[in-house]
Design a protein around this ligand. Structure first.
Ligand code: TRP
Ligand code: SF4
Length: 351
């Protein structure tokens, strides 16, 4: 089956979302956004802020959701998502995202949801929150709906989300079995594929994976002085205790950052200087700070531009919401009919 033949555009569709966790950090950027920016040139892309997903865990105190949604929108635009090339929208502004989860909930066995590995894991990791709510169990149905509403071909996500996309495929398969169209016709909910995007493991300042919950992040919006201050005490190769001890950049989180952000030339100097104890770690960190600051300069410039034009950001999101609504609305019509719900036209109601 040709997955694009039922589409109005010859390009394949890509969809992905991010929860509004607040200002984004380098790990979010290298792990996702950076790839999204490249994808928008090749695919018909939908990128959204998953604020309903935030509510599944933060329902008792949702005060962060709206401000964080705004920050993530700014970071999306700052990173280079271009509203001329892709659709950027807010999940909760598009009603089909409330509607399809209810309908897919009818056909999703409870056991499938209880078996999702992240379900028990997150309940344990977020033990301070009561996650025995229906909405949290339904997280994967919400996510499957996000994807299936756009009949997406590809979903660029990290490994942590792969199980969710797999479940999305299973839900789509079950839907298509129950609600068969004519043999020659396209299925209403095509099965999406994960697009595993290359993403280097990005260490935080304590050497562990960069993550908001570890408090070891460098934000895309951190000013230069802050970036340098955060990198200064960064963990290094534990074998390099004194200045005269040689080290190994392959065993050093600062070395890992160099491999991602520094030029070949700088990288060569790092290997030479580190392994011969020719440079100190302080100097080495200055170089990596230079590289990161340079990398973030255009991003921060764009962020400032959009920060000064809040009405423009609102306008961009509203336009994205509208495009998303139109596209998702088409799928909903097919889904409602397939699931046996009556369709009334205005003429019918009048009679
Ligand atoms: N669950 C994803 C995360 O936590 C966010 C998300 C919500 C998403 N809906 C999606 C990602 C649909 C891809 C497609 O990162
Ligand atoms: Fe790490 Fe650089 Fe120090 Fe080597 S010189 S241990 S790469 S910080």
């Amino acid at each position: 089956m040709d997955p694009v033949s039922n589409s109005t555009s010859p390009r394949k569709r890509v969809l992905s979302g991010m929860r509004p966790t607040g200002k984004l950090h380098l790990g979010n950027y290298m792990g996702a956004l950076h790839n999204w920016v490249r994808l928008q040139d090749e695919y018909e892309c939908y990128f959204f802020i998953a604020d309903l997903h935030a509510l599944t865990t933060d329902y008792a105190d949702p005060s962060g959701i709206a401000p964080n949604t705004r920050e993530v929108a700014l970071d999306f635009l700052a990173a280079g998502l271009d509203p001329q090339k892709c659709t950027v929208f807010v999940q909760s502004h598009v009603k089909p995202h409330y509607e399809l989860p209810l309908l897919l909930g009818m056909i999703t066995p409870l056991g499938w949801l209880e078996r999702v590995p992240s379900y028990k894991e997150m309940q344990e990791n977020l033990a301070s929150k009561d996650l025995t709510n229906y909405g949290f169990l339904g997280y994967p149905v919400l996510m499957a709906s996000d994807i299936l509403l756009y009949q997406a071909d590809f979903v660029p996500v990290g490994q942590d989300q792969q199980a969710h996309v797999e479940l999305t495929r299973e839900i789509a398969r079950r839907f298509n079995q129950f609600y068969k169209k004519q043999p020659a016709e396209e299925e209403i909910l095509p099965e999406p594929q994960v697009l595993l995007t290359p993403s280097p493991r990005l260490p935080g300042t304590d050497g562990r994976k960069m993550s908001k919950s570890y408090g070891n992040t460098i934000l895309l919006s951190d000013p230069e002085a802050e970036i340098r201050a955060k990198l200064k005490p960064m963990v290094t190769d534990p074998a390099r205790i004194r200045r005269k001890d040689p080290g190994n950049p392959d065993k050093c989180p600062v070395g890992d950052l160099h491999k991602i952000f520094s030029s070949q030339e700088t990288l060569a100097k790092v290997y030479e200087g580190c392994t011969t104890a020719g440079i100190g770690c302080i100097e080495c960190k200055t170089w990596v700070a230079d590289a990161i600051v340079a990398h973030l300069a255009p991003i921060q410039e764009r962020r400032e531009h959009f920060e000064q034009k809040p009405a423009l950001v609102t306008e961009i999101l509203a336009a994205g919401d509208e495009r998303a609504r139109t596209r998702a609305g088409q799928t909903m019509q097919e889904v409602r009919a397939a699931m046996g719900l009556a369709q009334f036209t205005p003429g019918d109601v009048a009679q």
